[in-house]
Design a protein around this ligand. Sequence first.
Ligand code: NAD
Ligand code: LMR
Length: 339
Amino acid sequence: MFARQVSKHASTLVSRGFASSARSNRKVAVLGAAGGIGQPMSLLLKSDPLVTALSLYDIRGAPGVAADISHVNTHSTVKGFEKDDLKDALTGAEIIIIPAGVPRKPGMTRDDLFNTNASIVRDLAEAVAEYAPKALVGIISNPVNSTVPIFAEVLKKKGVFDEKRLFGVTTLDVVRASRFLGEIKSADPKDINVTVVGGHSGVTIVPLLSQTSQGKDVTGEAYKALVHRIQFGGDEVVQAKAGTGSATLSMGYAGARFTNSLIRAMNGESGVIEPTFVKSPLYESEGVEYFSSNVELGTEGVKKINPVGELSSEEQELLKACLPDLAKNIKKGVDFVKA
Ligand SMILES: NC(=O)c1ccc[n+]([C@@H]2O[C@H](COP(=O)([O-])OP(=O)(O)OC[C@H]3O[C@@H](n4cnc5c(N)ncnc54)[C@H](O)[C@@H]3O)[C@@H](O)[C@H]2O)c1
Ligand SMILES: O=C(O)C[C@H](O)C(=O)O
């Protein structure tokens, strides 16, 4: 009876937020699995019928989290790995999602996390290059605008960089945009799909409200307030948590949703599109090597990078403000590894 309830719960979850397609073998590794994001995200991944094996790694506490989650009666297997077991955690992983690193406290920017998180991400990239060079990798650790270039530079040094396989996870911005616009319009967010382009920090987050039927008539002060809330939604949570961390539960949801999209595309489903921060030709001529836009996912990761499309005059201004900051953040990451 309970087993049936759980599987009903899993399919409800799938129908509301995630989608399902044919089952195949998909091993997902989470690095930073015992943290604020790692735990709820791993639980949601355990509820996802498309995940067949979960490999939970952290420098502390992952075996306990794995033992706990492994009792959830879905079909996937779960294993936890201690600090020195990174090789075993990564071997055979097809998808690796990384929320390892420190979160913000009030008054900090994401860039203030650079000094701590840059070396964490660099070291994990070295291990991925060695033990799972073909995996699709989603980076959650902040500052995403810099940690994705760091990861790429390490893989390049090791001769295994494939730009189709590396993603900065910006799904939380998309989730927030849909939710906040839904609140204004008294509409169900599941019917609202807002493309968010650029990067994942303050003014580098550019929501394209004019491209949605519900968003295009939001104007004036209401428009400004909505854009500000989407760009600085992370601060809202950091302040509310008052020094104990940043978004973890909504990020766990967003990370599990993004993973589900990667797997559906790997399994051959067509038309899977997510905004995500990837190596992109769109603004390369302006010194921006990585950019988030709607990306069509395929069996090998990135299938097609879509341009931003038609922009309103306000969105053109937002993009103009985004690009220089983004270029600086990217350069900082690249320089860190080159140095
Ligand atoms: N991309 C996004 O939209 C987004 C959203 C929210 C948070 N974040 C970022 O995600 C990161 C994690 O946030 P959190 O709230 O889960 O933090 P947390 O402190 O609760 O958890 C981080 C976990 O990482 C682990 N860790 C540290 N170094 C590690 C290493 N070398 N290998 C493996 N694990 C390691 C820690 O032990 C801890 O369990 C932060 O950098 C935060 O800013 C990003
Ligand atoms: O705001 C943060 O520092 C965490 C995350 O990037 C977010 O957008 O919530």
